[in-house]
Every structure is written in C-alpha cells, then in structure tokens.
Write a protein of this length. Structure first.
Length: 596
C-alpha cells in the first residue's frame, strides 16, 4: 500500500492524502486504491491515470478520425421472407452447437419509471414475462436444437451475464427465482460477472475526485459496457470457451425484445462470410440517435468497418464531405445503417485480440467544461463501449454488418413515456416499453402471416397510449420453443389457409405445438412442456378475450386506476386485463390431440 501511495503522490494525486489525515482514514483510502489498482487492468491505477491524461489533453478527441474519411461499410442487407434470409437462418441453426452468449445487464430502469434492473422489466404484459426470462428461454430453445443437431443430449450453450454494482443483486435475485419462471435450470453453464466502477477525475490533469460524502474515498463511476471484453479476458472465460469448441460469441443488451429473432440469421451470415465481427444493424434515419456503421478509410487507403457514435458522425461527415448525415431516399434514411449492439464475434479472433490488448477496448472521455478554474463541471471518467472492439483489429479484417428490418431484430426499451413522445416526433420510433410490446405482437402477426395464416398485419386501426399511436391488432406471442426460424414456424402449420385470427384476439403458442385448423376470436394460450406435443386438428375459440385498458389522466376513476397500477403498467399507459380465455397445456410427455 505504501508503495502505491508514494507512486500516486508522485503522479499528481497528493491531494488525496492531506497532512492532517488520520491513520485510519489513510488505511481506508489505501484499501480502496489497492482494489482499484487490481481491477484496472492493464496497467493498474497508474495506467488508468496516464490514459486519462492522454485522452483529456486539450487536443484529444479530435484526432480519432483525423486524416480519415467515411464511406459505405461492407455488409449485407438481409430481408425477412426471402430465400437469402432463410438460407442464413439454416446456416445459423447448423452452427448452433458452437455458440456462446453474453448479456450486458448493467442498466437500471429508474429513468423509465421502473425500480430494479432493466432485465426484470416485463417485455410484454400478456404473459408478464421478464426480459431475463425471455433471453433464458431463447438460449434454452437454441440449446435444445443444438443437442438435436449434435446428437449430444448433454451439450450446454455457455451464457455469461455482466452485471454492475447497480444491478448485480437484482439480477442474482431474479436468477434465484428462476429468472421469473424461466428455463434457467436447464442452462447448466451460466456465469455472472460484475463489472467494477472506475475513478472519476476533476480536470484534464486526471486529478482524482473524492466522494462528496467521504473525503477518503475516491469517487467512482461506471466505465461502460465495453468492460464485458475485459471481463471475458480477465476471468479466462473466452479462452475457456475457445478450448471447449465455441466458435462464435454473441453479445446482446438487456431490453431489445426482438434481438433473438435476428440472431440465428446473423450467425448464418457470419458463417457464410467467415467474419471476425458481424455487426447487426437496421436501416437508420438521417440524424437518428443510433450509432452508425461506417467504413473508415485511413490516409494510407486502408479501410476498417467501425461503429461511429451519431454525435461524431455529423461532424466527421461535415469535415470530409461538406454535408452532415443527410437522407439518401424518400424514407429519410442515412447511407449508414444503425448498429443495434447485437454483435457476433469469431471466438478465436476475440480471444487473440483481447490477449493483445489486455482486455482493454478503446476508451474515451466526455467531460463537461466547468468555470474558469479549469475543473470540469462534474467529475468525469473514462468510458468504453463493447461495439468498439473492431478498432483493435487490423485494416482488412473480416468485419461487416448484417442489416435487417427493425421488425426482425430491433425494438429496445430506452425511453420513458415523455421521451418516447419526443422520439416519435423526431424519428418515428418511440423505443419505449409500450412500443416494444407492440412490436413483439406485430412480429408474431408477421410470422404467422408468412406461414400462410390469416391474420391482419397492415391497415390496422390505431390506439393512443400516453400520446403515442400503436397498431390495435392481434396480440400474438410465439415463444422460442415454438420456432427459432421462419421455416420452423411455417412447419407448425400443415394447412395454414385454415387458420384465422381476428384483430381482437390474443394468441400464445409455446413448445411443440402443431396447428391444422383454428378459428380464434378471443384469447387462446397453448403450451406443451418439454417432451409433450399438442396437435390442434380443429378448434374454434370464441370468447371475451383480453383487453388493454388505458390509464389516462383526466377523470377521477382513471386517475385512481393509474395510481393503483403496477410500474410496468404506468410506464406503458395501460394495463392488460384478461376477460375470458381458453388454456391448453400438456404437462407430461406424449401427444395431445385437440379436435373440437
């Protein structure tokens, strides 16, 4: 400890150790500094301070793209309901035994109006299943397919979850509860790793800030989701996976409800292109606050495919082309697709590059200038992002994007109701809990329609919740075990022309369920436990179904209902109420035939 303190004093941090400090206070501070020194690999605490000084220098931040110009990146536009898409899904299914998954779950839902880790938020209210349950169920369904494909009934797909100080306990509680009823018990290779915070600094000299509540503790703040790479390296998890035969590592974030609907196809394009990094992307509106995927050509003519933050893209384009991020079509789209932080890495390449960097991905600083004394307005820290790993790869590395429609792969929860209304007006996308739920149902309707069933996907009436319009169509939930791909879902319907779903219906299909003839005007829940199979030969369901009741301000009854609603309902502006439904469940192995 004494040696570390001496080094810090010699490197501009003497203010941490005032002459009148008690021995006990110095001891407390020293223990924290030792822990930070151990956590901040590579280079420890002094390495972090040196990197901060370099990044906080007056000229820093303008040189990252100096002498470089943006161009259209290498990639593929993959559209659902095309042979190319289904070929990619088939390739992805074949490669499923060799995949590991990484979930970044460091975010809280407080800004959204939800207390707790965002992965605990219900993705939709029809079954009230959390995002964590949904993610676990997807991986379990993929694992089941991998076992069948490989012929190994004990095969497990590794799954790492990165938490933070803010979310670790909440995530562990959810996992102890089975992820809110998830199939977690069937996922034998689950690892939870917590990222640590990093020191905050007062000025461009990287003078460390102390906690306002305790002068003998350094103020620490989150480092960013790029820490996931450091943890994969530091813990040896990535290297272990590679030795176990993992070929691909899929990273995704906490509250993108449609991510897994596109992951199988993205895996297929990685296989098809033998890609080191595959950046899953969507069409992006010009000026939209979503990171852009660009080709960046250096002064030597070499090109890299990189993710560029939207607030950097405009200035870069203006400096090199004289124009900002402008639309190139009638839909207002930018030529640069939007990265959605779903990334597919070739495992062997990931292990190698992390070994070379010590697990560190490029960092950046974004301080807010203060008054004339030169200090920042608020203490700043270094940050890093998981999508920046391609910066570490040499020019010419096999990095590309796979662009899919938003309905295939992207509906995040990142805005509260007020921000959602502003976002809709600016870009057309709310990115809220309500829009995410609506998009999940729309995805289900689209998949049924592509299978040939009669369900309306366009021209639907609109309903408004908290000022934002949503399609008022059938609420369809297709669980992962019902089908991972378009082809698998299509195979569930032998005679799809005999399947009719009304706009007011609610339909949940989960497990090994086959439908030959169905008329639904109401609510129907069908689930088959592992080993069971349900065959609906013929079924007519007409009942009161379920409704979404608006929680609007304005009258006393509505205000009382809003006050009594759960947080997950208030943030949406409605509650889901089941009036009448039919449930069919097969709990035991064997066939259940429905003909009524």
């Amino acid at each position: 400890m004494e040696e570390l303190i001496a080094l810090l004093k010699a490197n501009g941090q003497a203010h941490l150790f005032p002459a009148d400090a008690s021995k006990a206070d110095v001891e407390r501070l020293g223990q924290q500094l030792l822990q930070l020194n151990a956590n901040l690999a590579p280079g420890g605490l002094l390495g972090y301070i040196k990197r901060a000084q370099d990044l906080l220098a007056p000229q820093a931040g303008v040189d990252r793209f100096r002498g470089q110009r943006p161009t259209a990146a290498r990639g593929e536009r993959l559209r659902v309901n095309t042979p190319r898409f289904e070929e990619a899904e088939e390739l992805g299914l074949r490669e499923m035994p060799y995949v590991a998954f990484v979930l970044v779950a460091g975010g809280l839902g407080e800004r959204l109006g939800y207390v707790g880790a965002k992965v605990g938020l219900p993705a939709q209210l029809t079954t009230n299943e959390s995002f964590l349950k949904m993610h676990c169920d997807w991986i379990y369904a993929m694992q089941h397919h991998a076992r069948v494909t490989s012929g190994d009934p004990t095969l497990t797909l590794p799954f790492m979850i990165m938490t933070s100080d803010d979310t670790h306990d909440a995530v562990m509680d959810l996992l102890a509860q089975g992820g809110n009823g998830s199939t977690l018990g069937h996922l034998a290779d689950v690892t939870v790793v917590k990222q640590e915070k990093v020191p905050a600094m007062l000025n461009r000299h990287a003078k460390l800030a102390t906690d306002p509540r305790d002068a003998f503790q350094v103020l620490c703040k989150p480092h960013g989701h790029g820490d996931v790479h450091g943890l994969l390296h530091k813990t040896g998890i990535a290297a272990r996976w590679a030795k176990q035969g993992v070929r691909w590592v899929v990273m995704f974030q906490d509250t993108n409800a449609l991510a897994f609907r596109g992951i199988t196809a993205a895996l297929g394009t990685s296989v098809r292109g033998d890609l080191d990094v595959n950046i899953v992307a969507v069409p992006r509106r010009a000026g939209e606050a979503v990171g852009a995927v660009c080709g960046i050509v250096g002064a030597d003519g070499a090109e890299r495919t990189l993710c560029v933050e939207y607030n950097q893209l405009g200035p870069l384009l203006e400096a090199t082309t004289g124009q900002g991020d402008v639309a190139v079509d009638d839909g207002g789209h930018s030529p640069f697709p939007g990265g959605i932080n779903v990334l597919v890495f070739k495992c062997a390449r990931l292990v190698k590059v992390l070994a070379q960097s010590g697990g560190l991905v490029p960092e950046f600083a974004n301080p807010k200038p203060g008054a004339n004394n030169g200090d920042f307005a608020t203490p700043a820290r270094l940050e890093c992002m998981m999508q920046d790993l391609p910066w570490l790869l040499p020019a010419g590395a096999a990095v590309a994007y796979t662009e899919m429609d938003r309905a295939t792969c992207f509906s995040p929860v990142k805005n509260n109701a007020h921000e959602a209304l502003k976002a809709v007006r600016a870009t057309g996308f709310a990115s809220s809990a309500a829009s995410c739920e609506s998009d999940l149902y729309a995805s289900g309707r689209l998949l049924l329609a592509m299978a040939g069933c009669s369900v309306r996907t366009t021209g639907l009436p609109l309903r408004y919740f908290l000022g934002v319009a949503f399609e008022d169509g059938a609420r369809v939930v297709l669980a992962p075990r019902f089908g991972l791909t378009v082809a698998q879902i299509r195979a569930r319907f032998a005679t799809p022309e005999r399947v009719q779903i009304s706009d007011r219906s609610t339909l949940v299909l989960d497990g090994d369920v086959f439908v030959e003839q169905l008329y639904l005007d109401g609510a129907l829940f069908v689930s088959a436990a592992p080993g069971a199979r349900i065959v609906i030969k013929t079924l007519r369901v007409v009942n009161a179904g379920g409704v979404l009741e608006a929680l609007e301000e304005g009258d006393d009854d509505a205000a009382a209902a809003a006050a009594a609603a759960a947080p997950a309902e208030r943030m949406r502006g409605y509650r889901s109420r089941g009036l009448e439904s039919l449930s069919i469940h097969a709990p035991l192995p064997g066939d259940v035939i429905i003909a009524r």
